[in-house]
Design a protein around this ligand. Structure first.
Ligand code: HEC
Length: 197
């Protein structure tokens, strides 16, 4: 019995030493090679196991990625107007939201639309002129419509910013444009025409 244990212990020691004894040039012995080399497929490699022969599978119809907000509006005037009627801004104009909205506006919009949204940003001379946020037309835009513009862009002249700004960030920009820039324009118009606010 004792002998059996001695032999077993000696074998185990040898096995451990063999495993550890490999130098950097010499591959160590693999006890369970399938653990180290799993039969994983590369995402774009053909695959004999799946029905369509592709490794990367399409998402199941009707599923959406976690955190993704579905946008049920197409491009164009009519859809923009519908978004304006139906969408509600989930943010209130708290100092923090306005602060964040301002920072996003300065990063993504100001270059074309200008610091006060008058359409006079640094590159405005080189692109189709952006409208002023306090033009009669844009003053009529509800929050949801400005959200639509940022999400879909306009046909041809302003690109979509949906890839750069998350839905939450877009709403923060909308809040800033609505409550700060358009208010500012309102007040200036009031002062110019001598009216009270
Ligand atoms: C690359 C320049 C550029 C940037 C950046 C840009 N815009 Fe515009 N924007 C334009 C132009 C040009 C128009 C006029 C588009 C038209 O008449 O089709 C416009 C139009 C608009 C309109 C009015 C759309 C309408 O239906 O008349 C709104 C609102 C607007 N932009 C908001 C934003 C906001 C918010 C951002 C930042 C997220 C932004 N834009 C970033 C160029 C830009």
């Amino acid at each position: 019995m004792n002998r059996f244990f001695c032999t077993a212990a000696a074998l185990a020691t040898m096995a451990v030493l063999t495993g550890c004894g490999a130098t950097s040039e010499q591959r160590a012995y693999e006890y369970m090679p399938d653990m180290a080399r799993s039969p994983a497929y590369k995402a774009f490699a053909p695959n004999s196991v799946t029905r369509d022969g592709l490794t990367l599978q399409h998402p199941v119809a009707g599923t959406i990625p976690r955190g993704y907000h579905v946008f049920h509006y197409g491009p164009g005037e009519e859809e923009a107007a519908r978004a304006g009627r139906e969408l509600q801004n989930p943010y209130r104009a708290t100092p923090q939201t306005l602060e964040e909205g301002k920072a996003l506006f300065q990063t993504y919009c100001q270059v074309c639309h200008g610091e006060q949204g008058k359409g006079d940003g640094p590159i405005s001379g080189k692109i189709p002129p952006p409208p002023s946020y306090v033009s009669d037309r844009l003053m009529e835009f509800p929050s949801g419509r400005i959200f639509h513009v940022i999400t879909m862009g306009t046909t041809g002249k302003m690109p979509s910013y949906a890839a750069q700004l998350s839905a939450d960030e877009r709403w923060k920009v909308v809040t800033y444009v609505h409550t700060v820039l358009q208010k500012l324009g309102d007040q200036q118009a009031g002062v110019q025409s001598g009216g009270s606010q």
